[in-house]
Every structure is written in C-alpha cells, then in structure tokens.
Design a protein around this ligand. Structure first.
Ligand code: F6R
Length: 256
C-alpha cells in the first residue's frame, strides 16, 4: 500500500489525477471502476480539464441506490453524467452503472459481475471511504469475499448522506454495491479520503487489523493500492512521517 499525504484535498486530487491520467495514457482502453460522493469530485474535474481521450475507456460504477428514478438528481447515474461522463468523449455503451431499479436484483448483480469479467476485469478502481470504513456500500460486517449484491445502509451512512437529500428519511435504505471480493480483483485500487471526519476510518483501514468491522482494511491484502489523503484525513496515522518520507524519497522511475 502506498500512502500519499498532501497538505490539502486539492493537492491530493492533483496527485490522483496525474496517476489516473497515466493509467489512461498507458492503456487507452482501460477499464475503470468509479465511485461517487464528494470525495472524487475534484479528481473528476481535473480529469475533465486534462482533455484525455475516453473513446475506448470502459467504466463500471461501484454502487447505486435502490428505488431512485435514474434521473433523480441524487441517483449515482445522474451524478456520474453530471460530473464526468457528459464532459468527456466516453461511448455511452461503455458506461456501466448498477441498476437500482432492476426487476430481479440478484439476477442483475450476477450479470454485472459477468459484464466486468467480459470487459477483461477492472484495471483501476477508484474508491472513497465512509466514516465507518465502508468502501462502495460494503458496510461494516460485510463479507470480505462478497460480490455485487443488495445491501442495507447503516444508520450512520444514511445520516452522512442525508446532506444530499431533503432529510434522512429520503435516503434509500437499500443499495446495490460491488462486493469487497469484486474490489479486491481490480488490478489496482486508488483510495481517496479528505477531511478529519475520515481520519479514524482511514487509520483503521491502513494500520488496524483486517476486519469486516472496517471493510476498507481488506485493502491491506491487495498487492497494488494507492491511498491519497489530505493532512486532515491522515491525522490519526501512527506511521505518517514514514509514509511522507517514503513518498518524498521515491525514485524518479517510480513516479507517475
Ligand atoms: C459511493 C461510494 C461510497 C463513498 C463514501 C464516501 O459511490 O462508493 O463508498 O465513496 O460513502 O462518500 P463521500 O465521498 O461523499 O464522503
């Protein structure tokens, strides 16, 4: 796991954007796993400004609410089109987002996993982290080998996400999310976290025990993970100085 700490979210998003751009330059038909929420917005803005070629890129979103109309402003489909897809030259047929309105959700989830396999697997999965350690919507106690499936949101996550809705009661109770097993099969993972509200979850994910009580801790078992943090999200890390000096002293050939 490579932990990159920058003073501000903007500088951390700069580093993340350089990295993602490098992946797309090396592999123009890369398969990206994408997340929504506040955290990746700065990254998406930077990728748009870089005017990269998305013509051959395929994307799979990590999760979606169950039961929101696809054009509901808080659906993750609407979010992705508003904040990324409509600003780049991606082919509509290469965009995959879980269907939270599928008639048969378990069947849809099996198909979604198959679509990822058929696309050759995910090259780079972009992740945010919940204040309770969730990745995707794999809430605490999710199986560390889980696959795409329906999940029930915790009270804490519904509370955290209520800021996007008129009130907490409007936040859907159920979601479709890739599983932790699905995320672990991505060739690379890039986890972003900004702000002190994420500090505890980040410290537990990077330096705590591997446990389903902090689903992001499963990433310790993945061979290729980058974590981009701002100072506030890194404040509870015991090995912060070590990560900082490792990044500063990184040989040029390892930079992206
Ligand atoms: C959303 C997702 C979630 C978020 C997490 C953090 O697609 O995968 O795991 O990344 O809830 O959300 P923000 O970034 O809004 O703090």
């Amino acid at each position: 796991m490579e932990v990159i700490i920058q003073p501000t979210p903007e500088e951390a998003a700069d580093v993340a954007a350089q990295f993602v751009a490098g992946v797309l330059e090396k592999k123009p038909d890369a398969v990206l796993g994408l997340a929504t929420g506040n955290t990746p917005l700065g990254l998406y803005r930077r990728l748009i400004a870089m005017k990269l070629d998305w013509k051959k890129v395929t994307t799979f979103n990590i999760d979606e609410y169950v039961g929101l109309a696809p054009d509901h402003p808080q659906s993750y489909r609407a979010f992705m089109w508003a904040n990324l897809f409509r600003h780049v030259n991606i082919a509509k047929e290469n965009v995959h987002i879980p269907d939270g309105n599928a008639k048969n959700i378990p069947e849809f989830c099996t198909e979604y996993e198959q679509r990822i396999k058929d696309a050759g697997g995910i090259d780079l999965q972009i992740l945010g982290i919940g204040s309770n350690g969730h990745i995707g919507f794999n809430e605490p106690t999710s199986s560390l080998t889980s696959r795409t499936r329906i999940k029930t949101l915790t009270e804490q996550t519904r509370n955290d996400n209520a800021r996007f809705f008129r009130n907490e009661a409007e936040v859907p109770l159920h979601v479709v999310t890739m599983g932790i097993g699905t995320i672990m099969e991505a060739r690379q993972n890039l986890l972003l976290a900004f702000g002190s509200s994420k500090a505890r979850a980040v410290a537990m994910a990077i330096e705590g025990s591997i446990t389903s009580l902090n689903p992001a801790s499963a990433l310790q078992m993945h061979p290729d993970v980058k974590v981009c943090l701002d100072d506030a999200a890194a404040q509870d890390l015991q090995w912060k100085q070590y990560y900082q000096s490792t990044y500063q002293n990184k040989p040029d050939w390892q930079r992206f």
